[in-house]
Design a protein around this ligand. Structure first.
Ligand code: ZN
Length: 342
């Protein structure tokens, strides 16, 4: 990727005009050339400087609500307010106990996920996909890497996969290429039709709870389950994970890919963080996921993080960025959990 391409993609990821991103980079380079300052110093400068550049940050009013964490009962403190066109800002809080991110104000109702338009354009709040079908090869390749990671960490051979929120079936297709038998569940009928048209896949249209009630999905059966950027959209993630655990075979594994509340990008970009969107009810941390999984009868066996685009490239070294991924501080958090055998 050229520097120009990276710059355009970074600006798009941050919902920013590209000239503004270039100005930010120049301002940083002026104050803090790479190689002249420590990691901590560069992070401090980035954080301070971004506050003067962010087009998204809105003042956090004193009246912003505090609440109790639904995962650990500690206090959720408002930490970021993101401007919303002609509406009250989005307000996100962070749990002081488990680190869960909570959308406290400004969220949208979940019916958008059932509409064909969800896969055709992004709305003003960045929900939905702009180029979902055009990114087929990229999404299949990403699915292959994710599945390989699951296979590498699982104690048992993975021959069956149930994906919740399977969309057009890109990751299922990757699993099928690895020899797995797959099933998919998705609330969007258009996505289900597309999965049938592209790959000949059958998809149950509805939620996992609907599929379970209709006995459309066999319980206690699946070697592997996957939620790829799904859990952050669900009002009751704990209930979902309880149900998911019932679908797994003893010793089966569940993979979750979710927006990371512990990402360094979140600390630097604040209200501009890429995952602060009006359809993200939650952002997760490793401790919050561990609690949710444990209660569902699942044991965390691996955690990792990655970025589809490294927004901090050019500010931090490749080595520092690699270390952030290893430390679970990149933007996308991946965890794998195992169903206890008894
Ligand atoms: Zn908590």
């Amino acid at each position: 990727m050229t520097e120009e391409q990276h710059s355009a993609l970074a600006a798009r990821t941050l919902s920013l005009e590209e000239p503004r991103w270039r100005q930010f980079r120049a301002a940083f380079a002026h104050r803090c050339p790479l190689g002249t300052e420590s990691f901590a110093q560069r992070v401090r400068v980035l954080t301070e400087l971004w506050q003067t550049f962010s087009p998204h940050a809105s003042p956090l009013e004193k009246i912003s609500p505090e609440s109790d964490c639904p995962v650990c009962d500690a206090t959720v403190q408002p930490i970021a307010a993101r401007r919303k066109h002609n509406q009250a800002p989005l307000i996100y809080g962070a749990c002081r106990g488990c680190g869960l991110g909570v959308l406290l104000q400004g969220g949208i109702a979940g019916t958008i996920y059932q509409q064909a338009s969800y896969y055709q354009h992004r709305d003003a709040g960045n929900a939905g996909y702009e180029r979902y079908l055009a990114e087929r090869a990229y999404r299949e390749a990403k699915g292959r890497r994710l599945l390989q990671w699951m296979v590498n960490h699982a104690q048992r051979k993975l021959t069956t996969l149930l994906e919740i929120g399977s969309g057009f079936g890109f990751t299922r297709a990757a699993a099928e290429q690895l020899g797995m038998v797959t099933a998919g569940v998705d609330v969007n009928p258009f996505a289900a039709r597309m999965a049938a048209a592209i790959y000949g896949q059958m998809t149950f249209t509805g939620t996992l709870a609907d599929a379970s009630a209709a006995t459309a999905i066999e319980p206690h059966h699946w070697d592997a389950m996957l939620y790829l950027f799904v859990l952050e959209h669900l009002p009751t993630p704990q209930e979902e994970l309880f149900l998911a655990a019932q679908m797994l075979a003893p010793g089966g594994v569940l993979a979750l890919v979710v927006p990371n509340m512990q990402a360094l990008e979140r600390e630097i970009f604040g209200a501009s963080y890429r995952s602060f969107r009006h359809d993200h009810l939650w952002l997760f941390s490793v401790p919050s996921l561990q609690l949710l999984l444990e209660r569902a009868g699942l044991t965390l066996i691996a955690a990792a993080s990655e970025c589809n685009i490294r927004l901090l490239s050019g500010f931090l070294t490749e080595q520092e960025l690699n270390q952030l991924e290893l430390d679970c501080r990149a933007a996308d958090l991946l965890v794998l959990a195992e169903r206890k055998s008894s």
